[in-house]
Design a protein around this ligand. Structure first.
Ligand code: GLP
Length: 263
């Protein structure tokens, strides 16, 4: 895992958008996995800025969103589909037929989940998956106890997640109890992963998933098993990490590898 500690939310967002833009420039038909929540809003704003100012081309990019609430139609104001169009898609030149978000109001969730997995495979797999982390350590909606081999499926939400996410709804009772979510297994199959985290509220769970044991009780800890993970944190989210000096040294001295190799 490569850990980058940014000074602020703004810097975290700019670094993350820079990583995404670099991958799109490298591969115009990138398959990009996307996340929702407050965390990536700044990153998406930065991407829109890069699109407007530098002409970053999204027309050949395919996107797959991590999750969606069961029962919410795609145009519901609390749906993740709506969130994605409001915060990113409507501001860039994405091709609508290349946008995939799980359908919350599907009549047959099981069949839908199998179809969604098949679409990811058909697209050649996810090249870069963006992730945030939930207060209970989840990635997507993989709640504590989720198998590290899990595919896209329906998951019951943990009480803490319902409370955390109730801020987006009129009242807690309106938060759906189930979601369609990519599995931990689906996420681990992505070629590269970019995890973004900000805020004091996440400091404990960040320390657990980066420096704690690999456990299905903190599903983000599964990322320790992945070959290519970038974690971009703001200083508050990083405040409970024990080895920040080491992470900062590695970040600032990458160029030394070249010197060592050349010896
Ligand atoms: C939800 C989503 C996650 C997201 C998490 C954190 O539970 N399913 O994918 O990472 O919220 O959200 P926020 O960024 O708002 O803290």
């Amino acid at each position: 895992m490569e850990i980058t500690i940014a000074r602020s939310y703004e810097e975290m967002s700019a670094i993350s958008a820079g990583i995404i833009a670099r991958e799109i420039k490298r591969k115009h038909d990138l398959v990009l996995g996307l996340a929702t929540g407050d965390t990536p809003v700044g990153t998406y704003k930065e991407l829109v800025k890069i699109f407007k100012e530098e002409g970053l081309d999204f027309s050949k990019v395919t996107t797959f969103n991590l999750d969606e609430y069961v029962g919410l139609p795609p145009l519901h104001k609390n749906s993740y589909n709506y969130f994605m169009w409001e915060n990113l898609f409507k501001h860039i030149n994405i091709t609508p037929s290349k946008v995939f978000v799980p359908q919350g109001n599907t009549e047959d969730p099981e069949e839908f989940c199998a179809w969604y997995e098949a679409q990811i495979k058909k697209a050649g797999g996810i090249d870069l998956q963006i992730l945030g982390i939930g207060g209970d350590g989840h990635i997507a909606f993989n709640e504590p106890g989720s198998s590290f081999a899990s595919p896209t499926r329906v998951k019951a939400l943990f009480e803490q997640t319902i409370v955390d996410n109730s801020r987006f709804f009129d009242k807690k009772e309106d938060v759906p109890r189930f979601a369609i979510t990519m599995g931990v297994g689906t996420i681990l199959e992505a070629k590269k992963i970019l995890m973004i985290v900000n805020g004091k509220r996440k400091a404990d769970v960040v320390a657990q998933f980066i420096e704690g044991p690999v456990t299905s009780q903190i599903t983000a800890s599964a990322l320790q098993l992945h070959r290519h993970v970038n974690v971009v944190l703001d200083a508050e989210a990083a405040s409970r990490l024990k080895r920040t000096e080491y992470y900062n040294w590695v970040r600032d001295n990458k160029h030394l590898v070249q010197k060592e190799v050349g010896r």
